[in-house]
Design a protein. Structure first.
Length: 352
């Protein structure tokens, strides 16, 4: 279809009636599919209260096996759906029923996603929806992002979808941790350096010479600075791809969970986490990169400048109070201070 005939992407305010429209359409689909449907869920932005969305009711249908999908097509076609095949998503069959004009919230389109009950597609769509339902601040940012992308790519659905990927993957990474908890800034704990040293030995035993250097970074590495009680460890390696191949399994045996979702927004870093509740993070980067330089320099500057460390502590405590469980809001609130401090640290390092 020529680009000028593609329906424009229109984002509208959330309509509370979308849930009842899903209920009615879901009942029709359940009746048509019978025992073929193991479960049926309202997913996508129209399923998240208060979140602006394209008026397209997304319905995920879980099947015992994708072998059953071929038996679902005819009953859904009888309901007015058109089969669009996998549409670039292996393990998912997409069917769509268009009703109103683009942007008509009371006459939305419907999209049925047929997938396996144990599939990654099913699990991640439910997880993403549930995470945004309990994190309204994250849902608000998602709505703002969609409005901006709709303006940037009004007739390019592929570009619009691709541009949302990093946000979705990062949200999934956080959702997999479990229900969000309040951000807690603890007073400095003299055990934090020992907790780092203990894990430095564990890491070096696990991955040996792959680790060129292992350093303690973040607020727990600055004496007398209050911090979230999680020890951040940075490891320098020669090459990220080789490190991924050789380090994931041995670090997993040492208790570290590899979280690849964050590489969509930060491909230069491998990220691992340990503990429940969280006790350690690993950031693995190539030796000498900007990521390495910035984090080491920021740490060293705060170690030498107590006034800056105190200002940072007060800022973090205030942001923790203001943002509750919203880690993105907390992180965004620190960005100006960190950027300004890095500039001061760079000048300070040159003078040294």
């Amino acid at each position: 279809m020529p680009p000028d005939t593609v329906p424009e992407i229109v984002i509208v305010e959330h309509d509370v009636r979308w849930q009842s429209l899903f209920d009615k359409e879901g009942a029709r689909i359940r009746h048509a599919l019978g025992d073929l449907a193991v479960a049926l869920e309202h997913v996508g932005s129209t399923a998240i209260p208060g979140t602006p969305a394209r008026p397209n009711i997304a319905i995920a249908v879980a099947l015992r096996s994708m072998d059953d999908a071929r038996h679902c097509v005819r009953p859904l076609e009888d309901l007015g759906y058109e089969s669009l095949g996998e549409s670039g998503v292996p393990g998912r069959l997409l069917l769509r029923r268009r009703i109103g004009e683009s942007g008509d919230s009371l006459n939305p389109s419907y999209a049925v996603h047929l997938t396996g009950a144990d599939s990654k597609y099913w699990k991640e769509h439910i997880l993403f929806r549930d995470f945004l339902r309990i994190q309204p601040a994250v849902a608000t940012r998602y709505g703002d992002l969609k409005r901006r992308l709709a303006k940037e790519f009004p007739n390019d659905r592929e570009a619009y979808g691709d541009a949302k990927t990093s946000f979705i993957q990062v949200a999934l990474g956080r959702a997999k941790v479990g229900r969000p908890t309040p951000i807690h800034i603890a007073d400095y704990d003299r055990r934090w350096p020992a907790m780092f040293e203990d894990q430095r030995i564990v890491i070096q035993k696990a991955i040996g010479e792959i680790a060129i250097d292992v350093q303690h970074i973040g607020s727990t590495s600055v004496p007398n600075l209050a911090a979230k009680p999680i020890v951040d460890i940075i490891i320098s390696v020669a090459a990220i791809d080789r490190a991924r191949d050789l380090c994931v399994d041995p670090l997993g045996e040492a208790g570290y969970e590899y979280v690849p979702e964050y590489e969509i927004v930060m491909p230069e870093r491998l990220y691992f986490r340990k503990g429940d509740p969280r006790s350690h993070h690993i950031h693995m980067v190539v030796e000498g990169t900007e990521f390495w330089r910035r984090h080491i320099l920021f740490r060293d500057y705060l170690r030498e400048h107590g006034d800056a460390a105190r200002e940072y502590e007060l800022l973090k405590k205030r942001l923790a109070r203001e943002n509750g469980t919203d880690m993105d809001g907390y992180t965004d609130g620190k960005s100006d201070f960190i950027r300004e401090t890095e500039e001061k640290a760079t000048a300070w390092a040159k003078r040294r």
